[in-house]
Design a protein around this ligand. Structure first.
Ligand code: NAG
Ligand code: NAG
Length: 186
């Protein structure tokens, strides 16, 4: 009797915790230090993974990538951040990209110069030196995981996967990262 009751409790426990996205797995910006923002995001980042709703084409542009390194700099103009990417394509070539983020009143939401329909929100994640970006335009949205170090701890990735699942972004793409990082984009 006692054993089966215990089993039943464990079963319920499993059911609740498997199916429910508790608060710790929801996207949250609560741990972003708004006093420091956006200075804590300056410097180099590695792009490790992305997630989107299955059936959308939101991850297509990443499928050619082997790895991506990004540098965030303050711009000469106030209220702007420069974002430079060195993307290693699977064929071995390096593709530089640059865009400008405009800081908004909402503080942790960014707009992109030249792309009026694109909104980028920043969220904290469960390990040191990482950030989750949510990019939404008028056709789709996706989550992107950036980290300070290439050596990603597995908890960090499982946290990202869990958050993605909770958002309904069940298609996840991990960058292969088999080739060298491209030189910084000037
Ligand atoms: C946020 O950043 C400010 C300025 O660097 C610092 O004084 C403060 O302690 C930080 N707050 C938290 C909660 O880390
Ligand atoms: C999305 O927004 C862009 C820029 O505002 C516009 O050019 C484009 O037509 C829009 N696409 C759709 C599907 O609404």
């Amino acid at each position: 009797m006692i054993v089966s009751a215990w089993r039943y409790l464990l079963y319920l426990y499993g059911l609740v915790f498997d199916s429910q996205c508790d608060r710790s797995h929801q996207l949250s910006a609560s741990r972003i230090n708004r006093t420091e923002f956006p200075l804590q995001y300056l410097g180099g980042w590695y792009f490790l993974a992305a997630a989107a709703e299955p059936g959308t084409r939101a991850l297509d542009i990443f499928k050619v990538m082997d790895n991506g390194h990004f540098t965030v700099q303050e711009s000469a103009e106030m209220e702007k951040l420069e974002f430079r990417a060195s993307i290693r394509v699977k064929d071995g070539s390096c593709v530089p990209r640059k865009w400008i983020y405009l800081l908004t009143e909402e503080r942790t939401e960014l707009r992109t110069e030249g792309h009026p329909d694109l909104v980028t929100e920043l969220f904290s994640c469960d390990c040191p030196g990482c950030v989750v970006l949510k990019e939404t335009d008028n056709t789709s949205s996706r989550l992107l995981l950036y980290t300070r170090s290439q050596e990603l701890d597995t908890d960090c990735m499982s946290d990202f996967m869990q958050k993605s699942t909770c958002e309904g972004y069940k298609e996840v793409l991990h960058l292969p990262r088999t080739q060298e990082i491209c030189p910084p984009h000037e």
